[in-house]
Design a binder for this molecule. Structure first.
Ligand code: MTE
Ligand code: MO
Length: 384
């Protein structure tokens, strides 16, 4: 008995390169943006940087990380439509001839790697933004490593498919052909334009959802934004004091900030900090999750504080939180951040003392610094 010809089972013009190359082009653009902005974010968070991450412009990380999450979110529906557009090819019969077969297997393997890496990146990124960690591996290390796999496989894929992509993009998808050259065509119930418009529309929704975490007027329509953009003193809270196990007792009258440099050590109460020269800066909190918000912070310059223990200006500072556990309980403030006059140990936000959830008695706020490193509930600053 003759087996059914799988090549022809689900063929329709919706599954032709004219559609998949168009959606694929946007998947590629989104992955390019997420890759480059991801490298920036990874570098900004690296423990040691051969070239210091710049402190200006203050809104730089806010922009790059906003783009990262927006492009990644937009890529989710685009990738799904792209996979749907090409899936009938999975059922194509492999060629018989040895050399052709080898090439076919190599192509399938590389596409398998690309698809797996792309799905891994988009799903872990989305889950990280939603603060859902059903895994035990380090998000940052694995998201970063697999990004290289995804981008490498993507570049290879584009290179191999370039002739097909070129021809497909040259085709006019607005005009539906009256009849196909193929007699076996399954007549699709929607047009190619509808499929493409749907894909782009869904991607745009993803961008709006992300932007809603940053742009105030968008918040009301961004039902998918992971943070509402609202919080005490006009800035959202990421981790609350309760979640970080920081109590009112820790932050009460017995609270002391320790400044240390070699053998020099002094401790200051919150009242002592209020006696020091105060400065006010408008700076954003820009979270890796993509949302950001500008606050009007007031407090003491970190460089003024470190001068109290005769610290040289060209040294990294270790920032220790009262939070005892977790990756962000201790961070490093690179020398150029510590020296920048906009870098504050903030005591207040919006003209009021910080709320406990925003880091009372004091927190770090520095320009162009990833939100995760804007350490709250600071208890010790030490020259490294
Ligand atoms: N000690 C400590 N500081 C922290 C965090 C934390 O978990 N622990 N979260 C960081 C993250 S991820 C962000 S985005 C900002 C958010 O600051 P906010 O809650 O005041 O908006 O605080 C940062 N500071
Ligand atoms: Mo964050």
């Amino acid at each position: 008995m003759k087996p059914p010809d799988l090549n022809e089972v689900t063929w329709s013009r919706l599954h032709e390169p004219a559609v998949s190359a168009r959606v694929g082009r946007w998947v590629g653009i989104c992955f390019g943006i997420t890759f480059l902005t991801g490298l920036i974010s990874h570098y900004a968070q690296a423990g040691s940087q051969p070239v210091p991450f710049p402190t200006s412009p203050a809104w730089g990380y806010r922009l790059t990380q906003g783009l990262h999450v927006a492009a990644g979110t937009a890529a989710i529906p685009l990738l799904l439509v792209k996979l749907w557009a090409v899936y009938p090819r999975l059922f194509h019969r492999p060629p018989r001839e040895r050399r052709a077969l080898l090439l076919h297997v190599a192509e399938r393997l590389s596409i398998g790697v690309l698809v797996a890496a792309a799905i891994f990146e988009l799903s872990t990124g989305l889950m990280n933004a939603a603060q859902w960690y059903p895994w035990s591996f380090s998000f940052r290390a694995s998201h970063y490593a697999i990004a290289w796999v995804a981008i490498g496989a993507l570049v290879l894929h584009i290179a191999v498919k370039l002739p097909v992509i070129r021809a497909a993009l040259g085709e006019d998808v607005r005009r539906e052909p009256e009849s196909s050259e193929r007699s076996d065509e399954v007549k699709p119930s929607v047009s190619r334009r509808t499929v493409l418009t749907g894909a782009y529309g869904a991607a745009l929704l993803g961008v709006l959802a992300t932007a809603g975490g940053t742009v105030p007027w968008l918040r009301r329509v961004s039902v998918f934004a992971v943070r509402s953009g609202e919080g005490p003193q006009g800035v959202p809270i990421n981790r609350t004091a309760q979640a970080a196990a920081v109590t009112e007792a820790d932050t009460g009258a017995s609270y002391r900030l320790v400044l240390a440099h070699g053998g020099n050590e002094i401790s200051l109460s919150r009242a002592d900090l209020e006696e020091l020269p105060q400065h006010t800066e408008d700076l954003p909190i820009a979270c890796v999750e993509g949302w950001s918000a500008t606050g009007t912070w007031s407090g003491v310059r970190v460089r003024d504080l470190m001068a109290l223990v005769d610290a040289p200006a060209d040294r990294d500072i270790s920032v220790e939180s009262m939070q005892r556990r977790g990756a962000f309980s201790r961070t490093v403030l690179p020398a150029n951040f510590a020296a920048d006059e906009r870098t504050l140990l903030a005591l207040g936000l919006s003209g009021e003392p910080l709320t406990l959830d925003h880091g009372y008695p004091c927190r770090i706020i520095a320009p162009n610094r990833p939100g995760v490193l804007q350490t709250k509930w600071v208890q010790r600053l030490e020259v490294i």
